[in-house]
Design a protein around this ligand. Structure first.
Ligand code: XIL
Length: 464
């Protein structure tokens, strides 16, 4: 709440604290697995969780929320019906409780949400307000809430779920009364209340490239072009096991190319319940896919998961027979999905105790002669980032016998100088997130000798 000048500092202190703890923890071989928040801090990423304030009474729930995440989102307590259930009557108890918790634990707060057709009290939805009256109601709500938490909330989902599945605007009291400009108006109001807040539009089924995300993209482009204070888009990402859109990374990229931040705001990946071991493994692979899509794009700010554990997820209430969608189970124990996030962020992804891999980055290479004839050969190479930091632009070098010439290459630019061969990533595979890999190939001519090199350097550092 607006009582001190602690704005945003907590988030940036966290890595310093983590480093101090790591230094005092003894040799790395004895280290415990680092929590997700420490791994995420190394990348400057948000690793958030949706929290229900009243569930903080459960000690295990509170412990996970505090130890594993560097950001929290109110699952319900900041929604209009919670904060201003009657006109002019504001109730801050639930919202304050989580903000206090975040302060105590050095966490950022991601604000959710200001203008939404759902969980909207009937005095607004059915109030029969004229356009100027409704703008007054919005202005009062937005400025009061944003102002109160200006010291604590860095990002806001200003408008939630504004679109239909076909990319047109959803019918709501806001759209009916004010037309599509209610979105720009809401953003302007939030910006006036806290000029430092990063302002987002958030929606579901916009994770891949489709009609709905095209609608969001058109709106975002036009708001940016008009100079409306929009800083990002939230992809809710309530996904289904086996159905992470293959275009998710490209979709994140196109919003990032507008200069916007993209955050995965409400990740859960549901399955039929109870989930089998096989479904849990498939789910883990899907968590990896989401993290890789985010971490491959510079403008992706991070991921928030929509709940601490399966015991309290919203999914079974809304999608009967489905659930088990989160990284912790009904007993608040870690699931394969947890370790998938851990590994994607550069941890060892293994339930056993550390050690944590080298945070400076390292690599593994497979080099395969896939075809060979008299004086020619085709070679395929996969380079994998086994470090914990994203490699932004890779160059892989090795030596090969004289007499070989590179005649063609695909998925990389391959050149030879003296006995050194160098391969460089191309635009679409130049970024290697932790755990990510690129595969390329080339053809050579030779004078009878095709050996397999066993020493490679990635950006000048030797690979394993
Ligand atoms: C859900 C909460 O998780 C539930 O507890 C509540 O009953 C309904 O809302 N999209 C959103 C979130 O933006 O606010 C929703 O949260 C889930 C879908």
């Amino acid at each position: 709440m607006k009582t001190t000048t602690r704005r945003r500092t907590a988030r940036f202190l966290a890595p310093v604290l983590a480093l101090a703890l790591a230094l005092s923890a003894g040799s790395p071989a004895q280290a415990e697995d680092p929590p997700l928040r420490d791994l995420a801090d190394r990348h400057g990423l948000r690793m958030g969780v949706a929290v229900s304030a009243h569930l903080l009474d459960n000690a295990r729930y509170a412990e996970i929320a505090a130890e594993q995440y560097n950001s929290v989102t109110h699952e319900n307590e900041l929604k209009w019906e919670s904060v201003q259930p009657q006109r002019g009557q504001f109730n801050w108890s639930g919202a304050d409780r989580l903000v206090d918790f975040a302060r105590a634990n050095g966490q950022d707060v991601y604000g959710h949400t200001l203008v939404w057709h759902s969980q909207l009290p009937s005095w607004v939805a059915d109030g029969g307000f004229s356009a100027p009256e409704l703008e007054g109601v919005m202005e009062d709500h937005i400025s009061t809430v944003v102002n109160r938490y200006a010291d604590d909330i860095s990002h806001w989902d200003v408008v939630n779920e504004a679109f239909n599945e076909d990319g047109t605007f959803r019918d709501s009291v806001f759209h009916r009364t004010l037309g599509e400009d209610y979105i720009a108006t809401s953003l302007e109001m939030a910006h006036a209340a806290d000029p430092d807040a990063r302002l987002f539009i958030n929606d579901y089924n916009v994770e891949g490239i489709n009609a709905k995300s095209d609608g969001l993209y058109r709106l975002a482009s036009s708001l940016v072009a008009r100079g409306v204070p929009l800083h990002g888009v939230g992809l809710q990402s309530h996904l289904i096991v086996g159905q992470v859109p293959s275009s998710m990374q490209a979709n994140i990229q196109r919003f990032a190319d507008l200069g916007l931040e993209v955050v995965v705001t409400e990740l859960d990946i549901r399955t039929t319940t109870p989930a089998s071991e096989q479904q849990l493994q498939a789910q883990a692979a899907d968590y990896t896919r989401v993290f890789q899509a985010c971490m491959a794009v510079d403008g992706c700010g991070g991921v928030t998961v929509w709940g601490v554990g399966d015991a309290n997820s919203w999914i079974p209430d809304v999608f009967p027979g489905q659930g088990d969608a989160l990284p912790y189970d009904h007993q608040y124990d870690t699931k394969p999905a947890y370790w998938a996030m851990h590994e994607a962020l550069g941890g060892d992804g293994d339930p056993g105790p550390g050690p944590d891999p080298d945070p400076d980055g390292s690599c593994a290479v497979t080099y395969t002669v896939s075809d060979q004839w008299n004086q020619g050969a085709v070679i395929n190479v996969t380079v994998r980032n086994t470090g914990s930091a994203t490699v932004d632009g890779w160059s892989l070098a090795w030596t090969s016998p004289t007499g070989q010439q590179v005649t063609s290459a695909w998925n990389a630019t391959v050149t030879r100088t003296g006995s050194t061969v160098t391969a460089e990533g191309v635009s679409w595979n130049r970024t290697l997130p932790p755990g990510g890999s690129a595969t390329f190939g080339f053809q050579i001519t030779h004078q009878g000798q095709v050996d397999t090199p066993d020493a490679f350097e990635l950006n000048g550092t030797a690979c394993d």
